[in-house]
Design a protein around this ligand. Structure first.
Ligand code: ZN
Length: 225
């Protein structure tokens, strides 16, 4: 905790003065981010730092595994769905990025039996079901499931494509993707070197972000599958 307290002091003294003017404008006018970034809660994934953005640039949703639960209209508390709806229907973001990452504990956990010990992880167990299609697809593609490195890295990438499909179950996401006012993107962040790959719908492969800058996932692509 001491490190966090010192960190905030350093932030206020060094970084905040540079941001002050921009932040004052954002406070006065309200936020208008163009991007909803959906990333994993993993402490090694750092959206603001890895994309070098400023306050006001990205609305950020983080959860275990960067999963997107399918649209479900009931009386339960749906935190991730609420963030997606707010970004799309109220803030009217122009882009949604679903960003997976290497060495994702959530994707690795798909291959481990989680014991239901005293309901300690009952929500985690249920939540991980959102990765089960990615697991099935990966196992159908991979030659040697004992090659854990390949198994996990492929699962992490395939999971991103399933989360993009789930995004399109949200009526307002689908409507806005169809009318061209919203683009959705699948990214993959590599912890090892800080680089990002982007899902290219033409080749159905991930390529370097700079080569794939306009890469987006469209409704046409979903219908084809
Ligand atoms: Zn993760």
């Amino acid at each position: 905790m001491q490190e966090l307290i010192k960190g905030n002091k350093r932030f206020r003294e060094k970084k905040f003065p540079e941001l002050k003017e921009n932040v004052e404008k954002l406070v006065k006018d309200g936020q208008k981010p163009e991007v909803l970034f959906i990333g994993c809660s993993d402490s090694r994934v750092t959206p603001d730092i890895m994309l070098d953005v400023n306050p006001g640039d990205m609305f950020i949703l983080r959860n275990v595994g960067n999963f997107v639960p399918p649209f479900k209209c009931d009386e339960d508390y749906h935190g991730s769905a609420a963030a997606i709806e707010y970004a799309v229907s109220v803030l009217e973001v122009k882009h949604i990025i679903v960003c997976g990452h290497s060495h994702c504990g959530a994707c690795q956990s798909l291959y481990t039996e989680i014991p239901l010990e005293k309901e300690k992880v009952v929500h985690v167990k249920k939540w991980l079901e959102l990765g089960s299609k990615a697991k099935e697809r990966t196992l159908s593609l991979i030659k040697d499931p004992n090659d854990k490195e390949k198994l996990y890295r492929l699962t992490e990438k395939i999971s991103v494509t399933y989360q993009l499909k789930n995004l399109l179950t949200y009526p307002d996401v689908k409507r806005r993707v169809d009318n061209g006012s919203l683009q959705i993107h699948g990214w993959y962040y590599k912890l090892e070197d800080g680089s990002i790959d982007c899902y290219d719908q033409e080749t159905q492969k991930f390529k370097n972000l700079e080569e794939c800058i306009n890469g987006k996932w469209s409704q046409k692509n979903t219908k084809k599958k």
